[in-house]
Ligand binder design. Structure first.
Ligand code: SF4
Ligand code: SF4
Ligand code: FES
Length: 454
């Protein structure tokens, strides 16, 4: 057993007027005594049982299955039941030693973390972000999570003609969407989404990951309509800024950002030219880096709205409007110093990389195009060849393409299908796209066929 201090962001709107409970949000600390391997949720429940029965926290399964206990711990959105209290304490100490304030600031000196190396910092627990707080750690998920989930029509749209028996689907075709099926609707990704903070109408990571679940399902007959809808919406797939925050936050390895990128790619493959210029912007970005190696921002802007303007003038009406609408951003860039140098103001004069570095960049493109790989942002489904020992430990289910058995729908991130981060990822670790890898041979390179790469 060890003693920990948890610092909880509280809000008690129903507290009686005559009580000394503050009217707005406030911090309160609790001391708890727990084995370090127990969870932060266990700490909260102990504080509620021992010190204050009014402390509100939502939970049910206590096993990372129901998705109820989403909170922010030391500033990171996650599940309270999936975070060991010992690890959370170590992280709080590391943040404190680095001079970072874990969680929100407070004017109350008694509640501030002690500073300096070796000091024992409290574990800071706050309600999830981007959602209105109902009471203490309980948030209202309706407007920012459930409403957006309904927005993407989260059910299968078939041709209305029921088959005599079930619809037969090749198991391989489902590998592509198994990752999104692992979502437990906890809202941690929504809580951490930076775009949603700037644009509360953004459909958001959880709902867009769910959208890919149906776009990628071969039984759904409205793939193109779904993609068109999500591409045209100004708060849709092109509203994501690739910040990776949702990938870090997701406790089930869904990697919502990857699913959003897959939606974008599918929309591009369908030839959807969205009114947000999102697809043209991506194409301009790809072209720009291929040509220069680093971003030529002024050319990027011009190419996004009026591709080919340097050689053959062909801006669309929408492109001209978009270009004009971007001018205030450019002026802000000049004022703040981000766009003061000539290469940032005049399209095309941004320098290339020195020496043969640019050739290396081009070779990366060629390599990716040859093997149809999507570098870094995408995953591919892989059926792993299991060795004898592993295969005898697995359920003997011919329909199980994951090699993990049925537990994949509720057994934590480690129960997702065997996947490989294209272009990297350490064996046996959580790869940088949030997808667990469990490869026995670290040097083995999986090169997908075109069909597998999708
Ligand atoms: S990657 Fe996109 S969806 Fe995910 S948190 Fe960042 S902005 Fe939001
Ligand atoms: S995608 Fe991940 S973080 Fe987002 S709601 Fe689903 S399980 Fe939670
Ligand atoms: S209590 Fe169910 S996910 Fe944490």
């Amino acid at each position: 057993m060890a003693e920990y201090t948890i610092k909880v962001r509280r809000y008690q709107p129903d507290a009686p007027e005559e009580s000394d409970v503050p009217r707005g949000a406030y911090w309160e600390q609790f001391d708890v005594d727990l084995d370090p391997t127990l969870s932060v949720l266990d700490g909260l429940l102990q504080a509620r049982d021992k010190d204050d029965g009014s402390l509100a926290v939502r939970c049910s399964c206590r096993a990372a299955i129901c998705g109820s206990c989403g909170v922010k711990i030391n500033g990171q959105s996650t599940l309270a039941c999936l975070t060991q209290i010992g690890e959370a304490h170590e992280r709080a100490n590391r943040m404190n030693a680095a001079g970072e304030l874990a969680g929100g600031a407070t004017d109350d000196e008694d509640l501030q973390a002690p500073h300096g190396n070796g000091a024992s910092a409290p574990i800071v627990i706050e309600p999830m972000g981007n959602m209105p707080v109902i009471k203490d750690l309980v948030v209202d998920m309706e407007s920012t999570h459930w409403e957006k989930m309904r927005r993407v029509t989260p059910w299968l749209l078939d041709d209305g003609d029921p088959p005599e028996r079930e619809r037969i689907v090749e198991p391989e075709s489902m590998v592509d969407i198994t990752q999104t099926i692992a979502c437990i609707q906890c809202g941690a990704c929504v809580s951490s989404c930076l775009s949603m903070e700037a644009d509360p109408d953004f459909i958001g990571p959880a709902a867009l990951a769910k959208a890919y679940r149906f776009v990628g399902d071969p039984r759904d007959v409205e793939t193109k309509e779904r993609l068109y809808d999500l591409a045209q919406d100004p708060h849709g797939i092109y509203d994501c800024t690739h910040c990776f925050s949702c990938v870090d936050a997701c406790p089930k390895g869904v990697a919502p950002m990857d699913q959003i990128m897959r939606l974008r790619r599918a929309a591009g493959e369908e030839g959807i030219k969205d009114r947000n210029n999102g697809h043209s912007h991506e194409m301009a970005f790809v072209k720009n880096i291929r040509k220069k190696g680093t971003l030529d921002e002024s050319e990027l802007l011009q190419e996004s709205y009026a591709p080919g303007v340097m050689g053959k003038l062909k801006p669309s009406k929408g492109g001209i409007v978009g270009l004009i609408q971007s001018l205030p951003t450019a002026v802000r860039g000049i004022k703040t110093g981000k766009m003061r140098s000539l290469p940032k103001l005049i399209p095309g004069i941004h320098p290339k990389l020195p020496g043969d570095a640019q050739d290396h960049v081009k070779r990366i493109y060629e390599r990716a195009e040859e093997s149809n790989q999507q570098i870094n942002l995408y995953i591919i489904g892989e059926e792993e060849v299991l060795d004898d020992a592993e295969s005898t430990a697995m359920p003997d289910d011919p329909q199980d393409t994951t090699g993990e058995g049925d537990d994949r729908f509720g057994g934590g991130a480690g129960s997702l299908p065997r996947t490989d981060l294209v272009g990297g990822g350490k064996p046996g670790t959580q790869a940088s796209d949030g997808v667990p890898t469990d490869r026995s041979d670290p040097d083995e390179t999986i090169v997908p066929t075109d069909e597998e790469s999708r």
